[in-house]
Design a protein around this ligand. Structure first.
Ligand SMILES: Cc1cc2nc3c(=O)[nH]c(=O)nc-3n(C[C@H](O)[C@H](O)[C@H](O)COP(=O)(O)O)c2cc1C
Length: 180
């Protein structure tokens, strides 16, 4: 039985959205029913068994709409399998794991999600918006550093974890079994 999975993203210039689409494609290839949506458009988690949330990192912070989503859905997320990723590093430090901002770390802890995995990002003159971004995109940080193999491997791991839960759910004893 396939699971319904939400892959939600917060992206300013499209790089994180592209990673979310790749995660969605991989999960679909494993037979899951997947919606890939801008996190600002997600109002209701009822249809979903599992959630993947990704945010771009800007000046060490997550996009506010991703933080808003975590904060406003703590209870629903706690009842689902949740995976987090953030996309950021470019240039010579593209393989460096990034720390989760402390607000996100606390929310992830409340939800019971494991720490966010870091994916390299993209910074290009064509998509950069604003003075600072254009300046950075003109230097040695410029380029598309996204590592599609890493994204696919991570997505395959998620699929395996979802399937493992299905198997264990199948054998789960009736509610109240351990309470007597
Ligand atoms: C002004 C600015 C600040 C940034 N700050 C960070 C940062 O603190 N950490 C990081 O890893 N990447 C940082 N980046 C890189 C972006 O996160 C990267 O370009 C990302 O892939 C953009 O994602 P998006 O296209 O989904 O918005 C920054 C980029 C810009 C333009």
């Amino acid at each position: 039985m396939s699971k319904k999975v939400l892959v939600a993203y917060a992206s300013k210039t499209g790089a994180t959205a592209g990673i979310a689409e790749a995660v969605g494609d991989e999960l679909r290839a494993h037979g899951h029913d997947v919606d890939v949506l801008d996190v600002a458009r997600v109002k209701d988690l009822t249809p979903y068994d599992a959630v993947v949330l990704g945010s771009a990192i800007y000046t060490r912070r997550w996009r506010h709409e991703a933080v808003h989503f975590l904060r406003h859905h703590v209870d629903e997320l706690r009842q689902r399998q949740v995976w987090l990723f953030h996309s950021g590093p470019v240039g010579p430090d593209k393989d460096q794991d990034q720390e989760m901002p402390s607000t996100v770390r606390h929310l992830a802890h409340e939800i019971g999600a494991t720490p966010a995995v870091t994916f390299a990002g993209r910074l290009e003159p064509e998509t950069a918006t604003g003075f600072l971004a254009r300046r950075l995109a003109a230097g040695n940080l410029a380029g598309d550093a996204r590592d599609w193999d890493k994204v696919r491997r991570w997505s395959a791991d998620i699929s395996a974890a979802i399937e493992a839960t299905q198997r264990s759910t199948w054998h789960r004893p009736p509610a109240g079994h351990f309470l007597g």
